[in-house]
Design a protein around this ligand. Structure first.
Ligand SMILES: [Zn+2]
Ligand SMILES: [Zn+2]
Length: 325
């Protein structure tokens, strides 16, 4: 508890106030959140007094609770991005296809939409995604800004030792700290040249790069995703995100779409989907109403609980359409 002198709007004088911590509830986008905040009470009249600084602090803690609860990118992460890639807020906003001030507002504490938050989270941790974005949109910014930022991102990737593992190095057959590094690779896949990044072990003793079975598998998906991106197809992450949005399992989504039981599993992995299947998934992404239609038709084939869950999720999405920021 502490005391401060502030203007009491009830007594209409500068008055002694007691400030104490308490649990408060705030509403964001229609949902109530409990958070630790502060209140000031006028000692003279015993009523709540509005103190701008306390109000700001309260909003900060409310929004930080909201961000955590909704898995929204943290403010620190948002603020780290322009510094990391040596680019201004405005050009970065343009790269992202957002309004010029959008990123500035996020850096000042505005809460991004779920979608923009995912984009920012990815950029905060992955210089490769940033480079993709930079390359694809370089005509939107000046050549000088582009060069400067590309240099910063390239440097991050070259130095990108993800972590070190003390293990039996299958390259030199000795136990030592083996760094896992990210390196750029390129290949021609189905006639299309693709560039992508792979994770692999680097044996400093033998100066050689090599992959474990898991890495081979992940790196293959990275390659397929680069190929998908180049052809404008949904990536494995995109497909997974669409499915998560509806909270539906891989096999049930196949039931809805009348596809073979393993189709989605394969598309979220090594098998690249064709254009027809890709278009259907894109439609599903943007059209919860259609999802519900399909769900109704597939109802007899689904477990009753699952049906109810999917239905309620899709209905919620439907009410959110047009409300997205
Ligand atoms: Zn008062
Ligand atoms: Zn070794």
């Amino acid at each position: 508890m502490k005391e401060m002198k502030v203007f009491c709007e009830h007594c209409r004088i500068e008055s002694e106030c007691v400030v104490y911590s308490c649990e408060l509830t705030g509403t964001i986008r229609g949902v109530d959140y409990k958070y630790k905040g502060k209140e000031a009470i006028c000692k003279k009249c015993g009523r709540l007094v509005f103190v701008p600084e306390i109000n700001d602090e309260n909003l900060d803690s409310l929004y930080s609770v909201y961000r955590k609860a909704n898995n929204i990118v943290s403010l620190e992460d948002v603020r780290s991005i322009p510094k990391k890639y040596n680019i201004g807020k405005k050009p970065l906003s343009l790269l992202l296809g957002w309004g010029e001030q959008t990123l500035s507002r996020y850096m000042d504490g505005d809460v991004p939409s779920k979608h923009n938050s995912e984009v920012l989270k990815e950029l905060a941790i992955n210089p490769i995604s940033y480079l993709d974005l930079l390359e694809a949109n370089k005509e939107k910014i000046s050549a000088v800004v582009y060069e400067k930022s590309k240099k910063a991102a390239d440097a991050l990737i070259r130095e990108d030792v993800i972590r070190k593992e003390n293990r039996l190095c299958t390259c030199c057959m000795e136990v030592h700290d083996v760094p896992i590094v990210r390196i750029k690779d390129s290949i021609v896949f189905k006639g299309v040249p693709v560039e992508f990044y792979v994770n692999c072990y680097y044996c400093e003793l033998a100066d050689e790069y090599y992959e474990s079975q898991d890495m081979l598998s992940e790196n293959d998906i990275a390659m397929k995703d680069a190929y998908r991106k180049k052809l404008g197809l949904l990536t494995t992450t995109d497909i997974h995100a669409i499915r998560s949005k509806y909270g539906i399992s891989q096999s049930d989504l196949c039931v809805l779409l009348g596809w073979g039981g393993k189709t989605i599993t394969r598309y979220e992995g090594h098998q690249v989907q064709d254009n027809a299947h890709d278009s259907i998934l894109k439609k599903l992404d943007s059209d919860p109403e259609w999802f519900i239609e399909l769900l109704e038709k597939a109802k007899p084939l689904l477990n009753a609980d699952s049906y109810e869950r999917y239905y309620s999720t899709a209905t919620k999405l439907l009410t959110l359409v047009g409300f997205t920021v």
